[in-house]
Design a protein around this ligand. Sequence first.
Ligand SMILES: Cc1ncc(C[n+]2csc(CCOP(=O)(O)OP(=O)(O)O)c2C)c(N)n1
Length: 251
Amino acid sequence: MPVFYLDAVSRYRADSYTSITQITNYISGSPLSKQLSAQEFTQRWDALAESHSKRLAAIASAAEPKADGTFGTGYLCRTVRKLVPEDSIFAIEAVTNTLFVADNIQATIPGSWINCGGGGLGWSGGGALGIKLASEFENGAGKGKFVVQIVGDGTFLFSVPGSVYWISQRYKIPVLTIVLNNKGKLSPCHVEVLADKKQAGMPRGGQCCSSTPTVWDRKPQTKSSISVSLPRLTMLVLPRLRLEGICSPRK
Ligand SMILES: Cc1ncc(C[n+]2csc(CCOP(=O)(O)OP(=O)(O)O)c2C)c(N)n1
Protein backbone atom coordinates (compact mmCIF):
# COMPACT_ATOMS: atom_id res chain seq x y z
CA MET A 1 0.00 0.00 0.00
CA PRO A 2 1.59 3.29 -0.98
CA VAL A 3 1.90 5.64 2.01
CA PHE A 4 4.41 8.15 0.66
CA TYR A 5 1.76 10.86 0.48
CA LEU A 6 0.94 10.71 4.21
CA ASP A 7 2.40 13.58 6.13
CA ALA A 8 4.17 11.39 8.72
CA VAL A 9 6.94 12.31 11.17
CA SER A 10 8.86 9.22 10.11
CA ARG A 11 8.36 6.25 7.84
CA TYR A 12 9.55 2.70 8.43
CA ARG A 13 9.43 -0.43 6.38
CA ALA A 14 8.67 -3.30 8.76
CA ASP A 15 6.90 -6.63 9.08
CA SER A 16 3.32 -5.71 10.00
CA TYR A 17 2.78 -8.52 12.54
CA THR A 18 6.05 -7.76 14.37
CA SER A 19 5.46 -4.03 14.40
CA ILE A 20 1.84 -4.25 15.59
CA THR A 21 2.94 -6.61 18.37
CA GLN A 22 5.73 -4.23 19.41
CA ILE A 23 3.49 -1.16 19.30
CA THR A 24 0.78 -2.95 21.33
CA ASN A 25 3.34 -4.04 23.95
CA TYR A 26 4.75 -0.55 24.15
CA ILE A 27 1.37 1.10 24.57
CA SER A 28 0.14 -1.35 27.19
CA GLY A 29 3.20 -0.65 29.38
CA SER A 30 3.03 3.14 29.01
CA PRO A 31 0.81 5.95 30.40
CA LEU A 32 -0.93 5.98 27.03
CA SER A 33 -2.82 2.85 28.05
CA LYS A 34 -4.71 4.86 30.72
CA GLN A 35 -5.64 7.47 28.15
CA LEU A 36 -6.83 4.76 25.80
CA SER A 37 -9.16 3.27 28.36
CA ALA A 38 -11.05 6.58 28.56
CA GLN A 39 -14.75 6.47 27.72
CA GLU A 40 -14.24 8.14 24.36
CA PHE A 41 -12.14 5.22 23.21
CA THR A 42 -14.30 2.48 24.71
CA GLN A 43 -17.32 3.98 22.95
CA ARG A 44 -15.40 4.09 19.71
CA TRP A 45 -14.39 0.48 20.21
CA ASP A 46 -17.99 -0.57 20.91
CA ALA A 47 -19.16 1.19 17.74
CA LEU A 48 -16.48 -0.60 15.75
CA ALA A 49 -17.42 -3.96 17.25
CA GLU A 50 -21.07 -3.32 16.37
CA SER A 51 -20.35 -2.32 12.78
CA HIS A 52 -18.06 -5.34 12.45
CA SER A 53 -20.74 -7.76 13.55
CA LYS A 54 -23.25 -6.11 11.20
CA ARG A 55 -20.76 -6.51 8.39
CA LEU A 56 -20.26 -10.20 9.22
CA ALA A 57 -24.03 -10.69 9.20
CA ALA A 58 -24.32 -8.93 5.81
CA ILE A 59 -21.56 -11.14 4.37
CA ALA A 60 -23.29 -14.27 5.67
CA SER A 61 -26.64 -13.26 4.25
CA ALA A 62 -25.17 -12.31 0.84
CA ALA A 63 -23.54 -15.75 0.67
CA GLU A 64 -26.83 -17.65 1.12
CA PRO A 65 -27.66 -19.92 -1.83
CA LYS A 66 -30.48 -18.71 -4.09
CA ALA A 67 -33.97 -20.21 -4.00
CA ASP A 68 -33.17 -22.34 -7.07
CA GLY A 69 -30.25 -23.95 -5.22
CA THR A 70 -27.48 -22.16 -7.12
CA PHE A 71 -24.78 -20.46 -5.13
CA GLY A 72 -21.76 -18.23 -5.60
CA THR A 73 -18.19 -17.95 -4.39
CA GLY A 74 -19.31 -16.74 -0.97
CA TYR A 75 -21.25 -19.88 -0.08
CA LEU A 76 -18.58 -22.11 -1.61
CA CYS A 77 -15.89 -20.50 0.53
CA ARG A 78 -17.95 -20.62 3.71
CA THR A 79 -18.46 -24.34 3.12
CA VAL A 80 -14.77 -24.92 2.39
CA ARG A 81 -13.84 -23.01 5.53
CA LYS A 82 -16.02 -25.36 7.61
CA LEU A 83 -14.67 -28.52 5.98
CA VAL A 84 -10.91 -27.93 6.00
CA PRO A 85 -8.73 -27.93 9.13
CA GLU A 86 -8.77 -24.72 11.15
CA ASP A 87 -5.07 -24.05 10.55
CA SER A 88 -5.16 -24.61 6.77
CA ILE A 89 -3.08 -22.31 4.59
CA PHE A 90 -4.86 -20.60 1.70
CA ALA A 91 -3.07 -19.73 -1.53
CA ILE A 92 -5.40 -17.20 -3.14
CA GLU A 93 -5.36 -16.12 -6.75
CA ALA A 94 -9.06 -15.46 -7.20
CA VAL A 95 -8.84 -12.15 -9.14
CA THR A 96 -12.34 -10.58 -9.31
CA ASN A 97 -13.61 -13.08 -6.73
CA THR A 98 -10.93 -12.25 -4.15
CA LEU A 99 -13.19 -10.09 -1.97
CA PHE A 100 -15.84 -12.81 -1.73
CA VAL A 101 -13.16 -15.37 -0.90
CA ALA A 102 -11.57 -13.14 1.76
CA ASP A 103 -14.92 -12.18 3.28
CA ASN A 104 -16.00 -15.78 3.64
CA ILE A 105 -12.76 -17.63 4.39
CA GLN A 106 -11.96 -15.09 7.13
CA ALA A 107 -8.43 -16.35 7.65
CA THR A 108 -7.17 -15.01 10.96
CA ILE A 109 -4.13 -17.16 11.73
CA PRO A 110 -0.97 -15.24 10.78
CA GLY A 111 0.58 -16.70 7.65
CA SER A 112 -2.54 -18.65 6.71
CA TRP A 113 -3.54 -16.31 3.84
CA ILE A 114 -1.07 -16.02 1.00
CA ASN A 115 -2.02 -13.69 -1.81
CA CYS A 116 -0.21 -11.71 -4.43
CA GLY A 117 -0.73 -7.97 -4.51
CA GLY A 118 0.89 -7.51 -7.90
CA GLY A 119 -0.17 -8.21 -11.43
CA GLY A 120 1.84 -11.37 -12.12
CA LEU A 121 -0.77 -14.09 -12.19
CA GLY A 122 0.03 -17.79 -12.40
CA TRP A 123 2.02 -18.36 -9.20
CA SER A 124 -0.55 -20.20 -7.12
CA GLY A 125 -0.19 -23.69 -8.64
CA GLY A 126 3.55 -23.97 -8.05
CA GLY A 127 3.12 -21.69 -5.05
CA ALA A 128 0.70 -24.08 -3.34
CA LEU A 129 3.20 -26.94 -3.76
CA GLY A 130 5.96 -24.72 -2.33
CA ILE A 131 3.78 -23.75 0.62
CA LYS A 132 3.03 -27.41 1.34
CA LEU A 133 6.72 -28.32 1.13
CA ALA A 134 7.68 -25.42 3.41
CA SER A 135 5.02 -26.43 5.90
CA GLU A 136 6.27 -30.04 5.90
CA PHE A 137 9.78 -28.74 6.44
CA GLU A 138 8.64 -26.56 9.32
CA ASN A 139 6.40 -29.10 11.07
CA GLY A 140 8.00 -32.42 10.13
CA ALA A 141 7.34 -34.87 7.30
CA GLY A 142 3.65 -35.78 7.08
CA LYS A 143 2.73 -33.01 9.53
CA GLY A 144 2.52 -30.12 7.10
CA LYS A 145 -0.62 -27.99 7.14
CA PHE A 146 -3.47 -28.56 4.73
CA VAL A 147 -3.05 -26.26 1.73
CA VAL A 148 -5.99 -24.92 -0.26
CA GLN A 149 -5.44 -23.10 -3.54
CA ILE A 150 -8.40 -21.01 -4.75
CA VAL A 151 -7.85 -19.77 -8.27
CA GLY A 152 -9.72 -18.15 -11.19
CA ASP A 153 -10.32 -20.35 -14.23
CA GLY A 154 -8.13 -18.14 -16.43
CA THR A 155 -5.37 -17.86 -13.89
CA PHE A 156 -5.47 -21.61 -13.26
CA LEU A 157 -4.17 -22.10 -16.80
CA PHE A 158 -1.39 -19.54 -16.34
CA SER A 159 0.13 -21.77 -13.66
CA VAL A 160 0.72 -24.64 -16.13
CA PRO A 161 -1.49 -27.18 -14.32
CA GLY A 162 0.01 -30.12 -16.25
CA SER A 163 3.37 -29.50 -14.58
CA VAL A 164 1.86 -28.67 -11.21
CA TYR A 165 -0.09 -31.94 -10.91
CA TRP A 166 2.67 -34.05 -12.39
CA ILE A 167 5.04 -32.72 -9.72
CA SER A 168 2.37 -33.03 -7.04
CA GLN A 169 1.84 -36.70 -7.96
CA ARG A 170 5.49 -37.57 -8.57
CA TYR A 171 6.77 -36.04 -5.33
CA LYS A 172 3.65 -36.71 -3.25
CA ILE A 173 2.81 -33.10 -2.41
CA PRO A 174 -0.98 -33.03 -1.90
CA VAL A 175 -2.87 -29.75 -2.15
CA LEU A 176 -6.54 -28.97 -2.72
CA THR A 177 -7.24 -26.80 -5.78
CA ILE A 178 -10.56 -25.04 -6.23
CA VAL A 179 -11.07 -23.44 -9.64
CA LEU A 180 -13.64 -20.62 -9.73
CA ASN A 181 -15.28 -21.05 -13.09
CA ASN A 182 -16.92 -17.80 -14.15
CA LYS A 183 -16.68 -18.90 -17.76
CA GLY A 184 -13.88 -16.61 -18.75
CA LYS A 185 -11.58 -13.86 -17.70
CA LEU A 186 -13.81 -11.26 -16.12
CA SER A 187 -11.29 -8.63 -15.07
CA PRO A 188 -10.08 -7.82 -18.61
CA CYS A 189 -13.78 -7.40 -19.46
CA HIS A 190 -13.90 -4.65 -16.80
CA VAL A 191 -10.94 -2.98 -18.48
CA GLU A 192 -12.63 -3.29 -21.87
CA VAL A 193 -15.86 -1.74 -20.64
CA LEU A 194 -14.00 1.07 -18.89
CA ALA A 195 -12.11 1.74 -22.11
CA ASP A 196 -15.42 1.84 -24.03
CA LYS A 197 -16.90 4.22 -21.46
CA LYS A 198 -13.89 6.49 -21.69
CA GLN A 199 -14.12 6.54 -25.48
CA ALA A 200 -17.81 7.38 -25.27
CA GLY A 201 -17.08 10.19 -22.79
CA MET A 202 -19.05 8.42 -20.04
CA PRO A 203 -18.06 8.75 -16.37
CA ARG A 204 -16.21 5.88 -14.72
CA GLY A 205 -17.83 3.82 -11.99
CA GLY A 206 -21.11 1.99 -11.63
CA GLN A 207 -21.68 -1.51 -12.83
CA CYS A 208 -19.13 -2.05 -15.55
CA CYS A 209 -19.89 -5.68 -16.38
CA SER A 210 -22.84 -7.98 -15.88
CA SER A 211 -22.29 -10.35 -12.99
CA THR A 212 -22.52 -13.24 -15.43
CA PRO A 213 -19.71 -12.68 -17.86
CA THR A 214 -20.24 -13.80 -21.41
CA VAL A 215 -18.57 -16.99 -22.45
CA TRP A 216 -15.67 -16.63 -24.84
CA ASP A 217 -17.32 -15.55 -28.04
CA ARG A 218 -14.33 -15.03 -30.26
CA LYS A 219 -11.78 -17.45 -31.47
CA PRO A 220 -8.43 -16.94 -33.05
CA GLN A 221 -8.40 -17.19 -36.81
CA THR A 222 -4.71 -17.87 -37.21
CA LYS A 223 -2.53 -20.58 -35.75
CA SER A 224 -0.26 -17.96 -34.21
CA SER A 225 0.74 -19.04 -30.72
CA ILE A 226 0.18 -15.45 -29.63
CA SER A 227 -3.46 -15.42 -30.59
CA VAL A 228 -4.01 -18.83 -29.02
CA SER A 229 -2.48 -17.98 -25.68
CA LEU A 230 -3.47 -14.36 -25.25
CA PRO A 231 -6.45 -13.68 -23.00
CA ARG A 232 -9.75 -12.10 -23.91
CA LEU A 233 -8.46 -8.62 -23.20
CA THR A 234 -6.07 -8.94 -26.08
CA MET A 235 -8.62 -10.60 -28.29
CA LEU A 236 -11.04 -7.76 -27.78
CA VAL A 237 -8.58 -4.90 -27.85
CA LEU A 238 -6.33 -6.02 -30.65
CA PRO A 239 -8.85 -5.26 -33.40
CA ARG A 240 -8.70 -1.64 -32.30
CA LEU A 241 -5.00 -1.77 -32.94
CA ARG A 242 -5.79 -2.73 -36.52
CA LEU A 243 -4.82 -6.33 -36.15
CA GLU A 244 -8.24 -7.49 -37.26
CA GLY A 245 -6.72 -10.53 -38.89
CA ILE A 246 -6.04 -12.13 -35.53
CA CYS A 247 -9.54 -12.18 -34.07
CA SER A 248 -13.00 -12.01 -35.48
CA PRO A 249 -16.42 -12.82 -34.07
CA ARG A 250 -17.43 -16.45 -34.00
CA LYS A 251 -19.89 -17.21 -36.79
C1 LIG B 1 1.03 -12.95 -15.96
C2 LIG B 1 -0.19 -12.09 -16.17
N1 LIG B 1 -0.75 -12.05 -17.40
C3 LIG B 1 -1.85 -11.28 -17.60
C4 LIG B 1 -2.39 -10.54 -16.59
C5 LIG B 1 -3.60 -9.64 -16.86
N2 LIG B 1 -4.78 -10.21 -16.22
C6 LIG B 1 -5.24 -9.73 -15.07
S1 LIG B 1 -6.61 -10.57 -14.55
C7 LIG B 1 -6.58 -11.57 -15.92
C8 LIG B 1 -7.62 -12.63 -16.13
C9 LIG B 1 -7.84 -13.52 -14.96
O1 LIG B 1 -8.89 -14.40 -15.29
P1 LIG B 1 -9.55 -15.33 -14.20
O2 LIG B 1 -8.50 -16.04 -13.41
O3 LIG B 1 -10.55 -16.19 -14.89
O4 LIG B 1 -10.23 -14.33 -13.21
P2 LIG B 1 -11.50 -13.36 -13.42
O5 LIG B 1 -10.94 -12.10 -14.05
O6 LIG B 1 -12.49 -14.07 -14.30
O7 LIG B 1 -12.00 -13.12 -12.05
C10 LIG B 1 -5.53 -11.23 -16.75
C11 LIG B 1 -5.26 -11.88 -18.03
C12 LIG B 1 -1.77 -10.63 -15.31
N3 LIG B 1 -2.23 -9.94 -14.27
N4 LIG B 1 -0.68 -11.40 -15.12
